[in-house]
Ligand binder design. Structure first.
Ligand code: KIV
Ligand code: ZN
Length: 537
């Protein structure tokens, strides 16, 4: 039984757009980041870390745009303990309703000696300086002792006491390298709480990485030990093995409130759509057996389980699919479905599109329904992504012909339409149909990127499933992603390559994002994250 008086409020600090986005293969473009931020606001996270403003002009711009837009939660910008980084955060967060400057500086012996080349005294002094500097213009200042778990706990307490004295409102103890074991991490957090003299003046936060698969367990152990903020990402994306997964932490706290005696402000019914969206815009799939949001999380395969669930869902379900926002409407949509049913399904899927986009989307749905007997939820999501293209299509696929076989080289002829309506056609020979198509596209656009990765999958099962292709290209040391969907796998491949080329073209032309376009998700073309600046010296 929960004793309500004892229930603590845990703040949820989401870092999908910073720690999540900085991991390989998880990059998002500006429009996609804005849409993810909107979704996180609707999910009711307490803090949304929008990026690392000093790391690149692109990050500065995206934090600026998100700060100006998001009003119902705090927007944080990450900084090293350097005046120039804090100045960049100041600029980026100028329009935020509740800005938070998040400063990090490592405290572990290995980081101080090899990365920072600083002594304990220098780290302490720098941390105080940075917090005081940020505090001049921002009331919410968070200080993270990077690699806290591998640091001397007494030194972490000393640094925390000093930065709280300098005005930090939150102190964060990350397990940066995912080394902790839950009971050890809980003991560490208890120690920090007990031995930081002015701890009651600040919130204690944790930030766990998943290198040993323990990020979520460590975060929960820390909450039990007294941490009052948890840092996490949607789908657990993040550096290396990722961060603690927001949906797993939130649902563990919700389902086992009797045990934890805490609550969050999160609206758990938004979890599924945010998860799907992050997966689609990053092109990083959620594993089917992923807790809470995986395809199989609520699937009951064994006969005995099915029998139990039919008799009483609670026999094998500890939470309902509805509680995490998994749509339960299994009505089949096909070519006879009307606009009303279609719009209702969009709402069920959390894909609330603007009126202007519903009409063309419905037309595309009808065209697809002509090719496929049954249009699944996944097909609809794919159409939405494609329509709400986050990157303007400098080039549109107009026509294509490919010849391939077992003994002769493959040949392709591709015709692309430019934005002014003119068309250009080129033919090429390649090592297979995709290579031939990419070469023809390169000839038209006049660039020869390297096709770094190519992944072909099916959106649903069945003979008439749509093919989904994800590609990554490399050009002049920079990476771009692209995604294409079609009932024809060759066409989905061509579209994916073209989406990546369009992302490249758009980025190079430095055009602002398309005005007024607020897609549910992006279409796939996005530049990957630039490397972060060198560690602080
Ligand atoms: O993992 C880490 O230590 C971080 C800090 C910047 C909070 O991401
Ligand atoms: Zn991290």
């Amino acid at each position: 039984m929960v004793n309500n008086e004892a229930v603590r409020l845990i703040h949820v600090f989401d870092t999908t757009l910073r720690d999540g986005e900085q991991s390989p293969g998880c990059s998002m473009n500006l429009t996609e980041k804005i849409e993810v931020a909107r979704r996180l606001e609707r999910l009711r996270v307490d803090v949304l870390e929008a990026g690392f403003p000093a790391s690149s002009p692109g990050d500065l711009e995206s934090v600026k745009a998100i700060a100006a837009l998001i009003k119902d939660c705090s927007v944080a910008g990450l900084c090293r303990a350097l005046e120039k980084d804090i100045d960049a955060a100041r600029e980026a967060l100028a329009k935020a309703a509740a800005p938070r400057v998040h400063i990090f500086l490592a405290t572990s012996p290995i980081h101080m000696e090899y990365k920072l080349k600083m002594s304990r005294e220098q780290v302490l002094e720098r941390a105080i300086m940075a917090v005081q500097y940020a505090k001049k213009f921002c009331s919410q200042v968070e200080f993270s002792a990077e690699d806290a778990f591998r640091s001397d706990p007494d030194f972490v307490c000393e640094v925390f006491a000093a930065v709280i004295g300098a005005g930090a409102t939150v102190v964060n103890a990350p397990d940066t390298v995912g080394y902790a074991i839950p009971d050890e991490f809980a003991a560490f957090i208890r120690y920090i709480k007990a031995h930081t003299p002015n701890m009651e003046k600040a919130r204690l936060s944790v930030h766990c990485h998943n290198d040993l698969g323990l990020a979520c367990a460590n975060s929960l152990a820390a909450i039990s030990a007294g941490a009052d903020q948890v840092e996490c990402t949607i789908n657990g994306i993040g550096e290396r093995a990722g961060n603690a997964s927001l949906e797993e932490i939130v649902m563990a706290l919700q389902v086992r409130k009797d045990h934890f005696q805490v609550e969050t402000r999160i609206d758990s019914t938004q979890l599924y759509t945010v998860s799907r969206m992050v997966s689609q815009v990053t092109g990083v799939k959620v594993q089917p057996h992923k807790a809470i949001v995986g395809d199989n999380a609520f699937a009951h395969e064994a006969g005995v389980h099915q029998h139990g669930v039919l008799a009483n869902r609670a026999t094998y379900e500890i939470m309902t699919p509805e509680s995490v926002g998994i749509p339960q409407n299994r009505m089949v949509l096909g070519k006879h479905s009307g606009r009303h049913a279609f719009e209702e399904r969009l709402r069920d899927l959390g894909l609330s599109l603007s009126e202007a986009l519903v009409e063309p989307l419905f037309a595309q749905f009808k065209a697809l329904a002509d090719k496929k007997k049954v249009v699944s939820d996944r097909d609809i999501e794919a159409l939405v992504i494609e329509l709400s293209a986050s990157v303007p299509e400098t080039w549109k696929l107009d026509r294509w012909v490919i010849n391939c076989g077992s003994t002769l080289s493959s040949t392709s002829t591709i015709r692309l339409k430019a934005q002014d309506g003119s068309v250009q056609e080129q033919a090429a020979v390649g090592n297979g149909p995709i290579d031939a198509a990419c070469k023809a596209i390169n000839r038209i656009i006049g660039k020869e990127p390297i096709l770094e990765s190519y992944e072909l999958g099916a959106i649903t099962g069945g003979e008439d499933a749509q093919g989904e292709t994800l590609v990554k290209i490399l050009w002049k040391d920079r990476h771009w992603n692209g995604r294409g969907v079609s009932t024809d796998v060759v066409e989905s491949s061509i579209k994916a390559y073209l989406a990546a080329m369009n992302a490249l073209e758009w980025e190079l032309s430095q055009k602002p994002p398309p005005a007024g376009l607020t897609p549910i998700t992006g279409t796939g073309g996005k530049e990957s994250k630039r490397p972060l600046p060198p560690a602080e010296r």
